[in-house]
Design a protein around this ligand. Structure first.
Ligand code: F0G
Length: 468
């Protein structure tokens, strides 16, 4: 063990450190070392917070509740309110857009559709740039400032880019984003343009962009803000704290999230686990991940696990078979080689959750039924309700259990999809067994197309009558 690693290992337990999650390695690194994967074994890193020390702090929950009424910018942020659990000193140059503080909605129509008595939706699309990415970007960009980075970069299917671009603008840092050309919703791209990012459209898919990003990791002036970066996860884990606070600390039975690059599921897993280890909750919710059928490497891996592996998380696969040509209309999660799959799988195994796939048709109809609850989300977010319906039908979620879905992005992130669904013009490309391209139409169960109505009172009343 090198001197530096040995010294940092000694500090573990008394101060936050970065630790490799591979049990056989578990190397420890200082909190201000600019690394993204373990320099020793290449494994994923995570931040270890000195929880033992925090156990001595009285009334943490009360302290957090009181902060919600304060005007200190750090208290107004739904992330920095929980700063005892963040790896930053009190004088950190916090870059915030007052992220978090997102609503938790009852969704009775979606519940009925899914076969449940009740369903609650945590709408992370109500963040400043309209996706859940903001809760992680506030901490990642604050760390970039601390490290003295000149440029922040990310690969993205659109939302990470929009979020990073906004936080970089607040921090007056240069921002460069790598996007798969022609595969990003125009609304997301428009956000990044407005926030002044340098936009590099790459001839390739998201996984190609991610590979290029990892090649930039050794440039000291460049800081990577993808969720491989453990400081992103630290901000995103606070969603678990906020959700628990909104439930008066009653632990949900199930928390269900979409899966793409797997940062979100990893972060929620970490957040709930820290609350349990602190003694603020006494059990963990089951965390389940839903993937789109055409972009589902982790669901495939999970389906292939043997039940003893599922029962005890000791037996952990080393490799994941990537999906070479991922496809889904839910472009946010069109990802074939998720970087954070190990952390996400660990969260699911630890909590006895599930990882399953849903079809394009199921995603589209689930999105529309969420809309009927008066709650708009983007397609990737709707995988949750589609997945919950499937898990309920399979007896893996029971009708009376408390079930929470995390909606990750706002409905206006992808207006073309919405409009095409309701007008009956949505379709997706697939490949026949003979290898030919084939377009499959989505026939929406909840279509709601506009109709042309004459400019008279009678015509309007007739239209209302016909739709009763
Ligand atoms: N939902 C939305 C709306 C997303 O934008 C993403 C990921 C996910 C779900 C999946 O979350 O990657 O943490 O498993 N979007 C990334 C991006 C990849 O670049 O915006 P994950």
């Amino acid at each position: 063990m090198s001197d530096a690693i040995a010294k940092t290992a000694q500090k573990a337990g008394t101060t936050a450190v970065q630790r490799c999650i591979v049990p056989a390695c578990a190397a420890v690194f200082g909190i201000r070392e600019q690394i993204y994967v373990c320099p020793r074994c290449g494994g994923p890193l995570e931040i270890e917070i000195p929880l033992e020390l925090l156990k001595a702090v009285p009334d943490l929950r009360e302290r957090w509740r009181a902060r919600a009424a304060s005007h200190d910018p750090r208290d107004r942020s739904g992330v920095w309110r929980y700063r005892e659990l963040l790896p930053f000193d009190d004088d950190a140059p916090v870059v915030t857009l007052f992220e978090g503080n997102t609503p938790l909605y009852d969704a009775p129509r979606s519940a009925k559709y899914a076969g449940l008595t009740a369903l609650r939706l945590k709408h992370q699309g109500c963040n400043p740039t309209a996706s859940f990415k903001d809760t992680g970007m506030t901490t990642a960009v604050t760390q970039a400032k601390l490290l003295g980075a000149r440029t922040v970069v990310c690969a993205s299917t659109g939302n990470t880019a929009a979020s990073l671009a906004a936080y970089a603008a607040r921090a007056e840092l240069q921002c460069a984003i790598l996007l798969p050309q022609g595969q990003i919703s125009p609304a997301k791209l428009a956000q990044s343009m407005d926030y002044g990012a340098i936009i590099c459209e790459i001839a390739g898919n998201f996984d190609d962009c991610m590979r290029l990003i990892s090649e930039l990791a050794d440039v000291p002036s460049i800081y990577i803000a993808n969720s491989v970066n453990p400081f992103r996860i630290e901000g995103q884990k606070t969603v678990a704290f906020e959700l628990l606070a909104q439930c008066d600390w009653r632990v949900p039975d199930h928390v269900v999230v979409p899966g793409g690059n797997m940062g979100n599921s990893s972060a929620l897993g970490k957040g709930f686990d820290e609350m349990r280890r602190l003694g603020l909750i006494d059990r963990l919710p089951k965390i389940s991940i839903i993937q789109a059928e055409g972009s589902a490497p982790l669901a495939h891996l999970f389906a292939g696990l043997k039940s003893p592996q599922i029962a005890e998380d000791a037996a952990f696969p080393d490799e994941i078979a990537p999906v070479g040509n991922p496809h889904t209309l839910a472009t946010a999660i069109k990802i074939g080689a998720p970087v954070s799959w190990k952390k996400a799988l660990r969260a699911v195994l630890r909590t006895h959750g599930n990882i399953i796939t849903v079809t394009e048709q199921e995603i589209a109809d689930a999105k529309a039924i969420i809309g009927r609850d008066g709650i708009g989300c983007e397609p990737a977010s709707a995988t949750t309700v589609a997945g919950i319906r499937k898990l309920a039908a399979a007896g893996k979620i029971h009708a009376g259990e408390s079930v929470f879905a995390v909606l990750t992005g706002h409905v206006l992130k992808d207006p073309d999809y919405v409009s095409n669904y309701h007008r009956g013009t949505l379709s997706f490309e697939t490949v026949t067994e003979q290898g030919a391209a084939k377009s499959v139409p989505i026939v929406g169960a909840f279509r709601n197309a506009p109709e042309k109505v004459a400019a008279t009172k009678e015509a309007i009343l007739k239209s209302l009558e016909s739709r009763r």
